[in-house]
Design a protein around this ligand. Structure first.
Ligand code: ADP
Ligand code: MG
Length: 696
């Protein structure tokens, strides 16, 4: 057996293991729960728990945990030993069905946006049997949803699962119109994860990296990414060793890590898995992020997952490839015969409507202090949502909108619903890297998410908005069949595309003209998180989430609060770190350098009174002027920051951060960076970009 097939999934309680380890009746019952959503009774759960425990112990596990995704976005776990003391002073290893199905973490410290007052800070975790349990670091991890006792979701997974129920229901209604029987419909995700690797030694010397995950100061390196030699370049040995260990660990956990390569920026890399069901794909992405951080330390490296660790070179994103599948069929695949083509056009139109109607929510779903540095920075799509269809599909949509006949490059006339869509749509090689939402042959690639984000929010919104499009279509087609249905469907598509054509943009999203054109089209442009968040609590959003039982109004409002608070807290940490570094590291270094220069001047003057010291004096003047600029910028930031933390209203505070505090942080940074290239290397207190980006 090959290395991969030997280790792949060896630490996962997957379908294969279940079949091997469970009595056949239990296995069948569990499959009905996993595949058809049937409830699980306690008797079955007890049998599953026992088998799972025996298996986990063989894999070296001593503890179990309910593994969940609180609103912080990262995963949480509390480990409980498989331990049950007996009256005679010994202990047995036990794990019951009840412990498998439900857990009670002490939830009072997780953010809830005011959903639970602390006195009733009780939440429980519930097993999500659609995502496999696994053993990681001697702990059996059970993927779970996290809810309050009053039923509100306190995590990222629950609304995602609810949105998948909504899509399943509405897409089935649409497929029924096409004469198809009921089937399990899921959305799929393939998350391409970008990250940086730097040396532990440099990292430890930079308080900004340690506390905020990004460099708050730093002059651009002499060499950036202009030679384009790093992208797909040979992978350095240390990094290669790291990647090999990472692949092995992920494969054991059943994460289908497939592609690894160097990215555009120096020290930047990417890992892409093979796609799976959205909820499992997101679990796998979170595991991948965790393993990356952990394993980097085995190689003297640190894995940075911040969206913009370094100014002036590319930041890191997490492209969210997304499609809808019904069994083996991908509903975003153009298909091969007229009916499949029509079905594809119905789903395509649904996506276009969903993205146009809920563009602000999609933008909101990826808003974070970190991602604000990336969106619109000429390396990532702008903060404006638009859809790229490519030439071929774009031309078909144009033809539908203008009611013209479409003739493809292969001269296949397409009278919709009769002729066949051009075949080469499928290997659409037409790539537009500047589009935030691009059709890539049989899936859409949402490119706005940042590297650090939990993709649940974006996918919850995408799925719910899509469910709404499909519902409207199914409602409009109610009772129609045969030719009448086909004609009505084509008319519906044309009409809907006309309404939403403003969201389609095939041009260059990085150009200066696009924001102007986008404004003319009435598309939203929310450059910062503070601008992007308020749409979450618009009536339109609350109605959408309510209609499909994805989030109640209370849940929406609490999530909005959590996001606002997180943004404000992060900016508070960044401002404090900046001030601390300037006061304790940079100013003393600059002053000491100035004193050295002054001493040199005096010594030369004493030894050689006639010497021309213009250049030395000029340098001293630059440093003295630079110090003044730093002091002034520090003062201004300090005043603004202290005033900011006093603002009680979180949205007001976020606005102040985005539009007042951040520009002052930028000025302080510029003042320090200007000194970095004047002050002698021996005096500079932190490793520079040149060292960090090119040495490891
Ligand atoms: P591209 O060339 O567009 O980057 P790849 O085949 O390399 O395409 O895929 C990029 C990512 O998209 C991978 O993670 C892949 O698994 C994922 N992907 C492919 N098909 C789908 C799909 N139907 N649904 C979700 N993700 C998909
Ligand atoms: Mg890609």
């Amino acid at each position: 057996m090959s290395h991969v097939s030997e280790i792949y999934g060896s630490m996962v309680f997957n379908e294969h293991t279940m079949q091997e380890r469970l009595p056949s009746a239990t296995y069948k019952q569990l499959m009905r729960t996993i595949k058809d959503g049937e409830p699980l009774n306690l008797e079955v759960a007890n049998v599953v728990a026992h088998a799972m425990k025996e298996w986990a112990i063989e894999k070296g596990a001593t503890h179990y945990t309910h593994w969940f995704q609180p609103l912080t976005g990262i995963t949480s776990e509390k480990h409980d030993a498989f331990l049950d003391p007996t009256p005679d002073g010994r202990a047995i290893q036990s794990f019951s069905g009840k412990e498998l199905i439900q857990g009670e973490p002490d939830a009072s410290s997780f953010p809830s946006g005011g959903l639970r007052a602390t006195f009733e800070a009780r939440g429980y975790t519930a097993w999500d049997p659609t995502s496999y349990a696994f053993v990681k670091d001697e702990v059996l991890c059970i993927p779970t949803a996290f809810c309050s006792y009053t039923g509100e979701a306190l995590d990222k997974k629950t609304p995602l699962l609810r949105s998948m129920v909504a899509i399943d229901e509405q897409a089935n209604r649409v497929l029924k119109l096409f004469g198809e029987g009921h089937q399990k419909i899921v959305t799929t995700v393939g998350a391409e994860q970008e990250y940086f690797l730097i040396s532990e030694k440099d990292y430890a010397k930079r308080l900004d990296l340690v506390l905020t995950g990004r460099t708050l100061f730093g002059y651009p390196p002499c060499k950036g990414q202009e030679l384009e030699e790093h992208y797909f370049g040979a992978i350095r040995p240390t990094v290669n060793e790291f990647m090999k260990e990472l692949d092995d660990e992920l494969w054991k956990l059943g994460v289908s890590a497939k592609t690894k390569h160097n990215e555009v920026a120096p020290a930047q890399h990417e890992l892409a898995p093979i796609f799976s069901n959205s909820n499992r794909a997101i679990d796998e992405n979170l595991l991948t992020m965790e393993k990356m951080k952990l394993l980097a330390s085995h190689h003297g490296l640190v894995c940075l997952q911040h969206e913009k660790p370094f100014e002036g070179i590319n930041g890191s994103g997490k492209h969210n490839n997304w499609a809808i599948s019904a069994g083996k069929k991908n509903l975003l695949d153009p298909g091969e015969n007229p009916m499949e083509n029509l079905r594809f056009l119905v789903f395509l139109t649904g996506v276009i409507q969903a993205v146009d109607d809920y563009q602000e929510l999609l933008r909101m779903s990826v808003a974070s202090a970190g991602n604000d540095h990336r969106l619109g920075a000429n390396e990532a799509p702008p903060a404006i949502v638009s859809i790229f269809l490519g030439d071929e599909l774009g031309a078909i949509v144009d033809a539908l909108i203008s009611d013209k006949e479409y003739t493809s490059a292969e001269r296949v006339a397409m009278d919709l619903g009769v002729a066949v869509l051009p075949n080469f749509l499928k290997d659409n090689t037409d790539r537009n890297r500047t589009s935030p939402f691009a059709f890539t042959g049989n899936k859409f690639e949402f490119r706005m998410p940042g590297s650090a984000v939990n993709l649940s929010d974006a996918n919850t919104i995408l799925n719910t908005a899509m469910a709404k499009s499909l519902k409207e279509f199914a409602d409009a087609m109610e009772g129609k069949s045969g030719d009448e249905f086909e004609a009505a469907a084509i008319a519906y598509i044309k009409d809907d595309l006309r309404k939403h054509q403003r969201i389609i943009f095939n041009g260059n999203g990085y150009s200066d003209e696009w924001p102007v054109e986008a404004e003319r089209r009435g598309l939203a442009n929310h450059p910062t998180t503070a601008d992007a968040l308020p749409c979450f609590i618009d009536q339109k959003s609350i109605d959408l989430f309510g209609e499909f039982n994805v989030l109640s109004e209370v849940e929406v409002r609490s999530r909005y609060e959590v996001k606002l608070e997180k943004y404000n807290k992060l900016l508070n940490i960044e401002a404090r770190t900046m001030k601390r570094m300037v006061r304790r590291f940079f100013l003393p270094a600059i002053n000491s350098f100035a004193a050295d220069v002054a001493r040199d001047i005096a010594q030369v003057k004493a030894a050689l009174p006639s010497a021309d010291q213009t250049f030395q004096e000029k340098k001293l003047q630059t440093v003295v002027d630079g110090t003044k600029r730093v002091e002034e910028a520090l003062d201004a930031l300090n005043t603004a920051h202290l005033a900011n933390v006093e603002i009680a209203d979180q949205q007001e505070r976020a606005n102040d951060n985005a539009h007042h505090v951040i520009p002052l942080m930028d000025e302080l940074r510029a003042a320090i960076d200007a000194m970095e290239i004047v002050v002698d290397d021996n005096h500079w207190p932190v490793p520079t970009y040149n060292e960090i980006l090119f040495y490891c």
